[in-house]
Design a protein around this ligand. Structure first.
Ligand SMILES: [Ca+2]
Ligand SMILES: [Ca+2]
Length: 241
């Protein structure tokens, strides 16, 4: 009997689309180069020139989204990443016409709405989620921007193995700087040891990036419910030597 050929959807698409729509394949890859430059986690992004960026904004094609955005000035975020043998670095530029920031601790991450539906409380504020996920690996990092003396707020959670047991994982290092135009720059430094990953792995790492944009500070969650909006980028990180 022949063994069934197991193909992930990704490779099915590679086969179907090869030579026809390379842009789509590129759109699902986030190229993360190895860096020999020293990256100082100080919220200044001078050392990030030339490193590929992902953009999340209502105008960007190929993103998943929910809710109604008011246009390209509603929210705009770029993400860059680079690695060295010990660390993964991420740089963020984040613009928003209205910052809506609140600390949502992990223990408060679920909110049960008046209809009894469990909802993700972090989606009711400005937040960025990085989610690395494979069959036996699941890492989540939530990050808010900073406004005045609030934030940035962040936490992470790591599950491993087929039983998804939680592993202790220290929070990464985060640094923010505010720009004159009201946007902010952030740098995040993860240690591979904490992520329990290896950039020299041969296969791409599946990742989902979610950007929640709320523009109603000091409004109750019930009132915010009809106005939730978010963007999501779903693809793979390719670690480039
Ligand atoms: Ca906005
Ligand atoms: Ca906002």
């Amino acid at each position: 009997m022949m063994e069934p050929i197991m193909l992930s959807w990704r490779w099915v698409w590679v086969v179907v689309l090869a030579g026809f729509v390379p842009r789509m394949l590129y759109a699902a890859d986030w190229r993360v180069p190895r860096t020999d430059r020293e990256i100082r986690v100080d919220g200044q992004l001078d050392e990030w020139q030339g490193i590929p960026a992902l953009t999340l904004s209502p105008e960007v094609e190929g993103l998943e989204s929910g809710g109604v955005f008011s246009g390209e000035t509603d929210v705009y975020l770029t993400l860059q990443a680079a690695w060295d043998p010990e660390r993964l670095y991420v740089a963020i530029v984040w613009r928003d016409d209205e910052w809506d920031i609140e600390e949502v601790k992990r223990r408060d991450a679920v909110w049960v709405d008046p209809q009894g539906k469990r909802r993700d409380r972090l989606l009711f504020f400005d937040n960025l989620k990085l989610h690395f996920h494979e069959a036996d690996y699941d890492y989540v990092f939530w990050l808010s921007p900073r406004k005045d003396d609030q934030g940035p707020y962040f936490w992470c959670r790591l599950l491993e193995g087929y039983r998804r047991l939680e592993r202790a994982s220290l929070d990464p290092l985060v640094s923010t700087s505010l720009r004159d135009d009201g946007s902010q720059q952030m740098e995040v430094m993860f240690f591979w040891k904490q992520l329990r990953q290896d950039p020299k792995r041969k296969k791409p790492l599946p990742v989902t990036v979610i950007l929640a944009d709320s523009d109603q500070p000091r409004v109750s969650l019930e009132s915010k419910l009809p106005h939730l909006k978010w963007l999501a980028w779903v693809g793979y990180i390719q670690f480039i030597e």
